[in-house]
Design a protein around this ligand. Structure first.
Ligand code: ZN
Ligand code: FE
Length: 249
């Protein structure tokens, strides 16, 4: 599957997933309609569905406008968000480990509560769309879940193949890498990643997608239970300490 990155607002991303030559696509998250409509137009794509990672306004605000001109458009999100009626216009609920077909490709749903209680991620072939749960070199704030919940959700991403491309909800990579460097100042991997991301941003390029293998080596929120970062803490204590340090970084 081919992924077209659509920047929205100042640092959000929407992603068009399309089978090359099909003329059809789905969009992961709909922060705002105009840039998504422009990308659909530019690539000559028909929008078949909206998949939402969670209910926050900066991920769903474009839904109504996109659906208005497309009667019957599927708006897919988590069962939690459907049950709690948190996403206006949601037409379909998906649950953990549910699998469904998209243009002949299997999509796997992961419920990843923590940032919100209804957060989900989508695994499509070798790609994962993580919303505000896993960022490149970081993770989302724990707004609704517990630290334990969030750490368990993040740990699930570690089971995916290392080559998996990571498409996250925001361009927060530079700041995240600076924090990662403060946690592991001796890491050459983080030092190199910071140089690379700085060059990309200066050139006006996106840092997404990342690779899971790289994340496993640089992202403190995937490494919270590594003895180097954990010390004498429990895994949850270690995760909590890291997340709280990032909150005030
Ligand atoms: Zn969010
Ligand atoms: Fe967000």
């Amino acid at each position: 599957m081919h992924v077209i990155i659509v920047p929205c607002y100042s640092d959000n991303y929407a992603y068009l997933i399309t089978e090359e030559g099909s003329g059809h696509c789905v969009v992961v998250d709909a922060p705002e309609a105009p840039p998504i409509e422009a990308a659909l137009e530019a690539h000559g794509l028909t929008l078949d569905a909206i998949w939402l990672t969670h209910h926050h306004f900066d991920h769903v605000s474009g839904v109504a406008e996109l659906a208005k001109t497309r009667p019957g458009l599927e708006v897919l999100g988590s069962r939690y968000d459907m049950q709690h009626d948190r996403i206006a216009g949601q037409t379909r609920a998906v649950a953990d480990e549910e699998r469904f077909d998209c243009a002949g490709h299997e999509v796997r749903v992961l419920e990843v509560p923590g940032h919100t209680l209804g957060a989900v991620a989508f695994v499509v072939d070798g790609d994962v769309f993580t919303g505000d749960t896993l960022f490149l070199a970081g993770c989302g704030r724990v707004f609704e879940g517990t630290m334990e919940m969030m750490s368990e959700s993040l740990a699930r991403f570690r089971e995916l193949p290392r080559e998996t491309r990571v498409f996250c909800g925001h361009e927060y990579t530079l700041n995240n890498l600076r924090f990662a460097q403060s946690v592991e100042p001796q890491s050459e991997i983080i030092e190199m990643a910071l140089k690379a991301a700085t060059a990309q941003r200066e050139a006006g390029e996106f840092t997404v997608p990342g690779r899971l293998g790289q994340e496993l080596e640089q992202n403190p929120f995937l490494r919270f239970d590594d003895p180097v970062l954990m010390g004498d803490d429990t895994p949850v204590e270690s995760f909590t300490r890291l997340r709280q340090a990032k909150d005030s970084f």
